[in-house]
Design a protein around this ligand. Sequence first.
Ligand SMILES: Cc1cc2nc3c(=O)[nH]c(=O)nc-3n(C[C@H](O)[C@H](O)[C@H](O)COP(=O)(O)OP(=O)(O)OC[C@H]3O[C@@H](n4cnc5c(N)ncnc54)[C@H](O)[C@@H]3O)c2cc1C
Length: 301
Amino acid sequence: MELVSADASGRPHFTAYLSKYLQENVLPLKVTFKGVHPGSRDAGPCTIVIRLSWQHLGLNSPVSFEPGDLLGVLPENSNDMVSKLLKRLHLDSNFTSFVVQRLMIQKKTLTMEGPREEWVPYENLPPATIYEWFKKFLDITTPPTQLLLSEVSTYATNQTEKENLNLLSQDVGVYEQWKHSNRPTILSFLEAFPSLSIPPEAIISKIPLMKPRYYSVSSCLSMSLPTSVDLIVGVVKFTTEDGSSRNGLCSMYLNEAAVGTIVNAFFRRFVSVIFTVFYYKVSREGRFSSMKILQGLFLLE
Ligand SMILES: Cc1cc2nc3c(=O)[nH]c(=O)nc-3n(C[C@H](O)[C@H](O)[C@H](O)COP(=O)(O)OP(=O)(O)OC[C@H]3O[C@@H](n4cnc5c(N)ncnc54)[C@H](O)[C@@H]3O)c2cc1C
């Protein structure tokens, strides 16, 4: 990870980079309608209907899709969470004056001399300010992995915190229980371990990159050349065992996206295979005695 002063000439074209990163044709769709789904309950979790349009793009070829196809949405983290995280990492005063210039990834290759590891530049994401990087490219709501806990434990200055981090990173049972009851985000984890003083480049390279979430297209195809798509989204909200409230990243992002917001998304044809496996049990005498059926569904990439 390289951090350099922001003097980048010209803004990077995010959508082109996102297409490269996701290996999909990413479109910057505009929210043109949002409402509460009629079936939604008054209180508690709600379901929304959201319309995303590509009319403003003036595309040369029509976008084709069918009901049941999927829209992959690349969510963004909330401004509130990003600001708090940057503050915790002591980056709040200069988050616009640093850009993440290049992400380096560890590549493992098998050679005649044995396995070789080298750091190579990852070219599929654009240089961006550290604020944009945390907002758009890092999944900071996912619980830290045991590997992350193990690697950052060296930065704990408090002995008890260091020991707790070592326990969490080494004992799967303790880790799973902690993950289940706290559902920690990167921010809540850092708040729970205040003595951790981690250089930003050390933590950025350990947080997973943002992943898209899929939503079934629920538009009625009455128009021959549609210019928008409707989604029905259940907004994920829950309380952890320790009483903290958590939101689903993408469903809350869509819930809070005002009309006019640009949402990066791509279409994916829904191709699935239903499989059925029969198990026959044959007795010693060679007679058929029982049968089990296993059924499942694959979503083809
Ligand atoms: C093929 C396909 C089609 C889909 N179509 C739709 C659709 O049409 N509409 C729709 O709304 N969704 C749909 N989904 C689900 C959608 O993709 C997302 O998974 C969903 O919106 C949650 O994403 P999120 O980013 O909001 O939550 P995330 O930030 O990804 O968090 C979800 C995680 O929160 C945790 N969690 C959730 N509730 C609780 C709880 N009560 N207690 C503890 N932990 C909890 C779980 O670990 C869960 O994995 C579809 C998924 C697939 C695979």
